[in-house]
Design a protein around this ligand. Structure first.
Ligand code: SF4
Length: 697
């Protein structure tokens, strides 16, 4: 008999509700959940192909030690012994966890608790560092907390939607569908796309600004100066609810027109059209994603955008506000439980002794990390140079996805003890493991995820766990027990972990009084099973609290938001030897390193092999013809890709997708080309502006 289960798509940060139908013969089909407020029944190509990606090929079914099958008992004993020994001999900072936006909130919570409160180090970072950490840093600087003010509905209510550094059509396809439908229903609505490439998102754009790589800070500084000269400036709002306006404006006004045009690569007419449109439209939402975040100036870009919304008071109101689009299914859930090396749970910060004390009291922890840990790029460099003696990687494939990917591979072979928990035993990262632990995958594991609008949804199990696969949180709790912390990790299931996360969020927290966070602390397992999706934190009175900052109160001590006086710096990386700018990103039908989507023939038919977009004039100058194999070389390495000659690509620049690895195509790991340059505030790597050259293969 067929059984239907309501769950959530495991791919992008849109967080669509899915109904999975399992037939009596085990076949699985999926459809969109019409009742889910993220997608109202819609699914994109990736989500609708989920049923095609459930098979056991390549699955890791048993623990392995040194390539031989082992029992859970033996493997967990070894992990605990080696982590315990490394801490005893070298101190807590000699060990590290590297987790993932694919982890469920409950997995993330347990990983953070174990590392920060019981091992005593903050060396736990996540592949979300590559996704949205610049937005986290920008939010904290402006708002005093990492808070996304708006909801998806705001994109539909706006009269102007600005998409900067976001190929929404391919990277958040259902959100794009919602925006396209809203624009079709209200043709006066305007859409501006700011992107070096003319992406598919430009199909609905009234204006496309083909900005130079990393020109965003300059553009939004210029906009702030323009707003200050226009009636759009909300002086009353600035005076009542913000600080720092004059310093930020002074920096913006110091940027002359010639420099603005040089840094953005835009014409005066393009700039003027955008500025007038923004100033003249009250209901504006500015969405930003990886094109903003993945940069050495990512945090400044975020604050340059936030400055413009604060200057106009367009924040926290229907159809208005800045909106960070997270790439991964649970980047936001990870943020909620402190899943970054510089954060604690419930948006508390490691630098604050009061926050550390509160978390330690709640956990009754023997220690608490007292300083930020290593962020992703630095974490693997520390593994490479011998500072990390034991490393546990969960649900991610950094040998393909991180910058300096060859250094990451070398780091894993150098590190004395590497544990990998994953569904797959055949990834480039899994091959470097001393211990492999089989994890549950989508459809098998139970827990929650949080999407870009702070909406928590349940991922529910509807498949039997294959082989001996177990949940990531269970694996960590078992190691914690072996390290002598059994009482603090005696969870019977994910509902108890979620309830503890809610209780910690409410613990000694005056700021939670408007929300019924504490109600979840007493939640039964049955209530957790039935949990409908909801915005987190859930307002206590459910009225008018869906958006943050509607009342003009922010989370800095004085309740006021901060303008940040950013300055625009040239980010020219090209040289005579590497005269092109390589930009990297996603394609519509693949996800990350393809360990799941690569199984669907339908998805692979969209774009079958790794490619490199190049402008026709660059191609002609280099003797490259369409569909020919080319080499793309950076100072770090070389890959072989298929040329795609197109005017969608700006002159002087290349675009290559991030997905392929050496298992799918020879020498196609883009991460091996990308240097480990990072944003100084967020530690997020810059993957959109890499010096490179191209040549016929
Ligand atoms: Fe899944 Fe994102 Fe597609 Fe929705 S838009 S179905 S969350 S990949």
């Amino acid at each position: 008999m067929a059984v239907e289960t309501k769950t959530t798509c495991p791919y992008c940060g849109t967080g669509c509700g899915v109904i999975a139908r399992r037939e009596g013969d085990g076949q699985v089909s999926v459809k969109g959940d019409p009742d889910h407020p993220a997608n109202f029944g819609r699914l994109c190509s990736k989500g609708s192909a989920l049923g095609e990606t459930i098979d056991l090929e390549g699955r890791l079914l048993h623990p392995e030690i040194g390539g031989r099958q082992a029992s859970w008992e033996e493997a967990l004993d070894l992990v605990a012994e080696r982590f315990g020994a490394a801490v005893a001999e070298h101190g807590p900072d000699a060990v590290a966890f590297y987790v993932s936006g694919q982890c469920l909130t409950e997995d993330y919570y347990v990983a953070n608790k174990l590392m920060k409160g019981f091992i005593g180090s903050a060396n736990i970072d996540t592949n979300s560092r590559l996704c949205m950490s610049s937005s986290v840093a920008g939010h904290r600087r402006a708002f005093g907390s990492d808070t996304v003010p708006g909801t998806y509905e705001d994109l539909e209510l706006a009269d102007l939607v600005v998409l900067t550094g976001s190929n929404l059509a391919w990277c958040h396809p259902v959100l794009y569908q919602r925006l396209a439908a809203a624009k079709a229903a209200r043709p006066d609505m305007k859409v501006v796309v700011i992107d070096p490439r003319r992406t598919m998102t430009c199909e609905i754009a009234d204006l496309h600004l083909p900005i130079r790589a990393d020109g965003d800070v300059a553009l939004f500084m210029g906009l702030l100066a323009h707003l200050a000269r226009s009636p759009a400036l909300d002086r009353a709002y600035i005076a009542a609810h913000t600080r720092g306006f004059h310093a930020a404006l002074a920096e913006a006004e110091a940027l002359d027109d010639a420099t603005l045009q040089a840094l953005t690569g835009l014409t005066p007419a393009e700039i003027e059209t955008f500025f007038r449109l923004f100033a003249g439209t009250t209901k504006v939402v500015t969405c930003y994603s990886q094109g903003v975040n993945q940069s050495t100036s990512g945090t400044d870009k975020v604050n340059a955008i936030l400055n413009c919304h604060l200057a106009t008071g367009r924040i926290g109101r229907p159809g208005m506000g800045p909106f960070s689009l997270t790439g991964q299914p649970n980047a936001m859930g990870g943020r909620e439980v402190g899943g970054l090396a510089n954060m604690l749970a419930a948006h508390m910060v490691l630098e604050d002794p009061e926050h550390r004390g509160r978390v330690r009291r709640f956990w009754k922890a023997p220690v608490i990390a007292d300083r930020p840990g290593l962020k992703a790029v630095d974490l693997f460099r520390a593994a490479a140079d011998g500072r990390i003696k034991a490393l546990w990687i969960m649900a991610t494939n950094p040998v393909v996805s991180l910058p300096e990917a060859d250094l990451v591979r070398a780091a894993l072979s150098t590190c004395p003890f590497v544990v990998v928990s994953d569904m797959s035993g055949t990834t480039d990262t899994a091959r470097e493991a001393d211990v492999l632990l089989p994890s549950l995958g989508w459809g098998e594991k139970d827990g929650t995820v949080t999407n870009s609008e702070r909406r928590i949804s349940r991922q529910r199990a509807f498949l039997t766990a294959p082989g001996e696969a177990r949940a990531d949180w269970w694996q960590m709790a078992e190691v914690a027990r072996r390290l002598g912390h059994g009482a603090a990790f005696a969870y019977q299931g994910p509902s108890e972990i979620f309830a503890e996360h809610a209780a910690l969020s409410a613990f000694e927290n005056d700021g939670s009084r408007d929300f019924d966070i504490g109600a979840f602390a007493d939640m039964s397992n049955e209530a957790y099973e039935e949990l409908p999706s909801f915005l987190w934190p859930r307002p206590a009175n459910r009225q008018g609290k869906e958006r943050f900052f509607a009342d003009g109160r922010f989370y800095h001590g004085d309740g006021k938001a901060r303008f940040v006086a950013v300055s625009a710096q040239p980010a020219e990386r090209r040289t005579a030897d590497f005269p092109l700018t390589l930009n990297t990103g996603r394609i519509r039908d693949q996800w990350h390193t393809m360990t799941r989507t690569g199984k669907s023939a339908r998805l692979s038919a969209h774009i079958a092999e790794p490619f490199c977009e190049i402008h026709p004039r660059d191609a002609a100058a280099l003797g490259i013809e369409d569909a020919q194999l080319v080499t793309v070389t950076s100072p770090l390495g070389r890959v072989i890709l298929r040329a795609l000659v197109t005017v969608r690509q700006a002159e002087g620049a290349l675009f290559a997708p991030m997905h392929w690895n050496d298992a799918y195509a020879a020498k196609a790991r883009i991460g091996a080309l990308i240097p480990g340059l990072t944003d100084p505030h967020s530690g997020q790597p810059a993957t959109k502006n890499v010096a490179a050259r191209a040549a016929p293969f």
